[in-house]
Design a binder for this molecule. Structure first.
Ligand code: SF4
Length: 157
């Protein structure tokens, strides 16, 4: 393959990744809404405290929610040392999965809208020049306060 073919292949892969992350985010949101629905909790401003309680790791981590997070099967948190970890914003609203940037030496997929220093671009083995924004080490979206503030912003008063 010449360099143009390689770049086209990298771009194809990058677009696929972006699309799969968009779908992952949508699926997560839908799954969360169903979990809340089952508990009889509707997405309303009045219900914010109930939503925050229902989405705590302690409440979420059970066998019937394994479709939401596979770590529940082992009773593990994604951030082991975080106190009061909340799972409601697993799909962080600051993540821009549509973002795609062509650079001279690489292609970047995904971006943090607030440019958190706790995320980073991850370059895998199969496409070493395609970097995907990884939030693996960022705890911001797992706090009760973050979820509360986000819900206040999106739910009408
Ligand atoms: S780095 Fe943190 S704040 Fe930024 S998108 Fe990822 S989880 Fe959200």
């Amino acid at each position: 393959m010449n360099s143009e073919d390689i770049r086209q292949e990298e771009l194809r892969y990058a677009r696929e990744l972006s699309q799969s992350m968009i779908e992952w985010g949508r699926d997560k949101q839908e799954a969360l809404l169903k979990i809340l629905e089952k508990k009889g909790i509707h997405l309303t401003r009045e219900n914010i405290p109930a939503i925050v309680r229902a989405t705590s790791f302690d409440q979420m981590c059970c066998p019937e929610n394994i479709h939401y997070c596979r770590l529940y099967s082992d009773g593990k948190q994604c951030h082991e040392h975080l106190q009061n970890l909340n799972c409601g914003m697993c799909n962080c609203p600051n993540y821009n999965a549509k973002y795609l940037e062509e650079q001279a030496q690489s292609v970047l997929v995904g971006k943090c809208r607030i440019q958190s220093r706790q995320g980073h671009y991850y370059f895998g083995e199969s496409y070493p020049r395609v970097g995907v924004w990884s939030c693996e080490e960022c705890p911001i979206h797992h706090s009760e306060e973050f979820l509360t503030e986000h819900l206040k912003r999106i739910l009408p008063g």
